[in-house]
Design a protein around this ligand. Structure first.
Ligand code: AMP
Length: 291
């Protein structure tokens, strides 16, 4: 099966292929990933394939977005497994290259957002979004997608990429798709493989907290403090869950709200078994995409 997927391994080859696709007017749906693919990624690829002529996936564990004490070296990698999975969802081509090719000697230019990065993941992981935006900008230039697909699970990242595309005039569309979950509610993540059996069960506290807050919202509660307390209560009632933050923000600005409305996004991050888990949902429509 995997021989159906074209594998492109250098930036120059990727740029040449993209130029050829552009010349032919082919619509390219692009899904950037760090590999260790799961159903969340595969759903993005299915959508990219359904809405475009070609689905192209990049697999690159980007050193620039990991802090010195983060899990870059132990981040899961499984290229053969990834290619086999991608063959089942209609992926046409994969771009996967090494760090030395993306960041050759002398590399010194970065993409930085000055407004949206001082909170949430940006505050906990200094430099993380500089790394994300820089690599995504490079990938956009190399791949020249018609539409790029991102997951709502990483909501701050999705908003930052939207901002970068608008601010720097990238000629492409950004599409954000709903979070794909395990049947029991746990948001799919490449890092879930690091969870023990008990950790996995504890990790359910995040989606349970969002669900409980959404239920209170549906019952008419609008006070941010009360809704946050509901979600936080679920997290704190679960042993072994270290809460990093629980917040209620406006989905378009990430600014705190005092009163929830239809655009109120609840946002949680916690540590379980030393693994950072993230989740978020619109309280008014928890299973739908926020953007
Ligand atoms: P990553 O490989 O973790 O960098 O993720 C690549 C893309 O897949 C990003 O746009 C993520 O937001 C998206 N993604 C990761 N997990 C999920 C999920 N559970 N549901 C939907 N999209 C996801």
């Amino acid at each position: 099966m995997t021989d159906r997927i074209e594998t492109i391994t250098t930036p120059a080859a990727m740029a040449a292929r993209a130029a050829e696709l552009a010349r032919r007017g082919v619509r390219v749906g692009f899904v950037p990933t760090m590999g260790a693919l799961h159903d969340g990624h595969l759903e993005l690829v299915r959508t990219a394939r359904a809405k475009n002529d070609v689905a192209l996936v990049s697999i690159f564990v980007n050193p620039l977005q990991f802090g010195p004490n983060e899990d870059f070296t132990r981040y899961p990698r499984d290229l053969d497994g990834d290619l086999a999975k991608l063959a089942t969802v209609g992926c046409d081509a994969v771009f996967t290259t090494d760090a030395a090719s993306m960041y050759p000697r002398g590399f010194a230019t970065y993409v930085v957002n000055d407004a949206l990065t001082d909170r949430f993941e940006g505050a906990v992981r200094p430099g993380h979004f500089r790394g994300v935006l820089t690599v995504v900008a490079k990938l956009f230039h190399l791949v020249r997608p018609t539409v790029a697909y991102f997951g709502q699970k990483d909501a701050q990242q999705a908003l930052l990429i939207r901002r970068m595309v608008a601010d720097l005039d990238f000629p492409l569309q950004v599409s954000v798709q709903p979070t794909v979950r395990e049947p029991d509610g746990l948001a799919r993540s490449s890092r879930n493989v690091f969870l023990s059996q008990e950790g996995r069960t504890r990790g359910l506290a995040l989606s349970r907290g969002l669900k409980a807050a959404a239920a209170r919202y549906a019952a008419g509660e609008r006070s941010a403090a009360a809704l946050i307390a509901t979600a936080r209560g679920e997290l704190e009632a679960t042993a072994g869950v270290g809460v990093d933050y629980v917040a209620l923000v406006h989905a378009d600005t990430l600014e705190d709200v005092r009163q929830a409305d239809a655009r109120a996004l609840m946002w949680v991050a916690a540590r379980v078994d030393g693994v950072r888990l993230l989740d978020n949902a619109l309280l008014s429509a928890p299973t739908e995409a926020a953007w």
